[in-house]
Design a protein around this ligand. Structure first.
Ligand SMILES: Cc1cc2nc3c(=O)[nH]c(=O)nc-3n(C[C@H](O)[C@H](O)[C@H](O)COP(=O)(O)O)c2cc1C
Length: 394
């Protein structure tokens, strides 16, 4: 396996995506005739919260899978790649885009860091052509400093997004992220000041509220609408919940019924059937995928293929069948391309070190991966990693 040249990067990636599509479709052609490949009743109970019959009947003519607009910006499909601190870097976004995400997000960028000219902070907002459209997400709590950050980044970004949902203690202590949900007046000021001062669409990413006794997502979406935001992403949990429990789509559905701007749903979307169910149930324009896309961006292709197939043959069983785990052969190619891209952006030493966590995500379920992971702590460059990956059986 050769390291590819920087110039041919996107071509090589697109050819990998084509290879994956043919693997996926040939697998699903088999499942059409072999019902034994479709998960059994136990699996179905776990994953289904809307009856198959309801979905089949209600979605026959639905056109919920095409694009939508955020302000004047056309978003070409229903899938969005999530902001993930420490993960949604250039490589993550390039791979998300190539496998079918219609919109990317940078990780959250500190407005204070920008204010104090921190170069590492500023670098997080660098976007390359293979990642667009891409929202640049900022966080903070002082309206003037957030405004300054938005103005400074607007020429790089396709959208400016403000984080109003992060539950990390350090961020909450700084009265930022999810803490903002406790002050609707402040949210009003932040949105109206920024929306009227920038030439790109402004969006916000929120949770249902601070805790279950102070759910205010409905009021915040109205504030967003009335004061100039062009879309809202809602993670279906409260700030206090962190990542515990299940995402609650019921609130989001009710809000969508009354909202005039696009709503993107976030939380626990982990495959084609769940995607279909949540799109249908909430009536929202798009779904954001976070943890399930880490090192596994083929999930975007799986979901798009499942939704597309459902338009032709509206049986949820077949959508479920697109929940496909790629061959080990494909995963090896994917892994080495991912690493090559990380090296281009971050340099070899740092990229190889960072790549360790991706191995587990990419090769999930592959039998000899734990031994390889141990060996991984001894490698320092691309060639060593390539040797290890080529040793993976399958
Ligand atoms: C490691 C990690 C980092 C995250 N970083 C951010 C972030 O920088 N900005 C943000 O708005 N949300 C962030 N989130 C939240 C995700 O964008 C998403 O809303 C959440 O994980 C729920 O979606 P999921 O179930 O698809 O992962 C992060 C989540 C995780 C797990």
């Amino acid at each position: 396996m050769q390291k590819f040249q920087p110039g041919g990067f996107l071509d090589a990636l697109n050819s990998l995506v084509r290879e994956y599509s043919s693997e996926l479709y040939s697998f699903c052609a088999i499942t059409e005739n072999r019902t034994d490949n479709i998960p059994g009743d136990h699996e179905r109970e776990k994953k289904t919260f809307i009856s198959d019959q309801y979905l089949t009947e209600s979605l026959k003519d639905a056109n919920i899978f095409s694009g939508f607009n955020i302000g004047k910006l056309k978003i070409a499909g229903p899938l969005v790649s999530a902001p993930l601190a420490g993960i949604s870097d250039n490589t993550f976004r390039i791979f998300s885009h190539a496998f079918g995400a219609a919109l990317n997000f940078t990780e959250m960028i500190s407005s204070f860091g920008l204010h104090y000219n921190n170069r590492a902070t500023e670098a997080l907002s660098n976007i390359t052509s293979g990642e667009r459209p891409c929202a640049v997400q900022i966080f903070g709590c002082v309206p003037e400093i957030l405004l300054e950050a938005a103005q400074r980044l607007q020429d790089k970004a396709d959208i400016i997004d403000i984080n109003m949902g992060c539950p990390v203690p350090k961020v909450l202590k700084a009265k930022s992220g999810g803490f903002l949900l406790t002050d609707e007046g402040l949210i009003k000021k932040i949105i109206s000041d920024i929306a009227s001062a920038i030439n790109k669409p402004l969006t916000i990413k929120i949770r249902l509220g601070w805790d279950k006794n102070s759910i205010n997502v409905h009021r915040i979406v109205k504030i967003a609408e009335n004061y100039g935001a062009s879309a809202v992403t809602i993670h279906g949990r409260t700030v206090k919940q962190g990542f515990g429990g299940d995402a609650d789509y019921e609130f989001i559905k009710k809000i969508k019924q009354k909202s005039n701007i696009p709503i993107i749903v976030s939380g626990d979307i982990d495959g084609p059937l769940k995607a279909l169910q949540v799109l249908k149930y909430t009536g929202c324009e798009a779904l954001m995928i976070g943890r399930s896309a880490r090192g596994r961006q083929w999930i975007f292709k799986n979901i798009l293929a499942g939704l597309d197939y459902f338009k032709k043959i509206p049986f949820p069983e077949y959508v479920r069948a697109f929940d496909y785990e790629p061959s080990v052969r494909f995963k090896k190619r994917f892994a080495l391309m991912y690493l090559s891209s990380m090296i281009e952006f971050e340099g070899e030493a740092r990229a190889v070190k960072q790549f360790r966590k991706y191995l587990a995500w990419i090769f999930k379920g592959v039998s000899n991966i734990s031994r390889i992971r141990k060996d991984f702590f001894t490698v320092n460059d691309y060639e060593d990693v390539a040797k290890l990956i080529n040793d993976i059986k399958g």
